[in-house]
Design a protein around this ligand. Sequence first.
Ligand code: HEC
Ligand code: HEC
Length: 217
Amino acid sequence: MLMKKQLKPRIASLVLALSCGGASGLALADADPIKGQQTSAMCIACHQADGNGKSNAGAESWPRLAGLNAEYIEKQLRDFRGGLRQSATMMPFANMLTEQQIKNVSAYYAQLTPTHTEAVSLTDEQQALGKRLAVRGDWDRYIPACNSCHGPDAAGVGKSFPELAGQHSDYIRQQLHAWKNGSRSNDPNNLMLAVAKRMTEQDIDAVALWLAKQPIK
Ligand code: HEC
Ligand code: HEC
């Protein structure tokens, strides 16, 4: 009698977990980058076959995913789904993925080799301003150095602070605007909003170009 009573709710929760596409309640398999490559067929039109994305001057740019931290990529895909990060372009693709596919495709992109695909040119003034903001910040205006969070050489730190060196300049610019206008609000403790809201257009241009030009570590 006792067994039967205990069994029922367990079966009920198993059925529930399965009907939710297996995402909740059931353990996921280890990330499989080979399966992730199959899933990436949906992504290459924009993020490109080598994962290095593309700048589309004047239009929405496609960020480089190659070499980014796998857990950072996973988080972004979940944030697009959940609307903390709004993108009419990315949301439908994020919505198509199961939790297992998110893990697989993120592991796949993390192990691709990042390269520069954008020819960046800066004025001397932009070079000086971009470097100053990235390396030292501007304490008179309460702007901390980008590298204090994003790591020496803006090479990224763990799963929380993404690599910025060698990312597309238009994309970096778009993200700084997204924090300012509220369409991206997925940063823990509003860390990036606090930075972006103090930046002028001139700052944003200079730092985006400077970071895009830095060597990828
Ligand atoms: C139609 C073009 C397009 C397709 C297809 C596409 N993406 Fe994107 N992706 C974008 C754009 C544009 C952005 C930048 C969105 C924004 O402004 O926030 C982006 C952003 C991302 C980001 C955030 C990167 C970062 O540095 O934070 C991830 C992760 C991502 N895409 C993964 C994928 C995956 C995985 C697929 C395939 C399942 C995919 N995308 C398919 C256009 C696309
Ligand atoms: C106090 C810590 C902190 C500082 C300082 C900081 N960032 Fe960030 N930044 C973050 C965090 C955290 C994220 C990831 C947010 C998330 O989880 O999506 C981020 C993400 C970004 C992204 C998105 C990258 C991508 O792949 O989508 C850009 C662009 C960016 N930061 C630019 C800058 C620039 C430029 C500066 C300096 C002017 C700067 N950040 C300073 C914490 C910081």
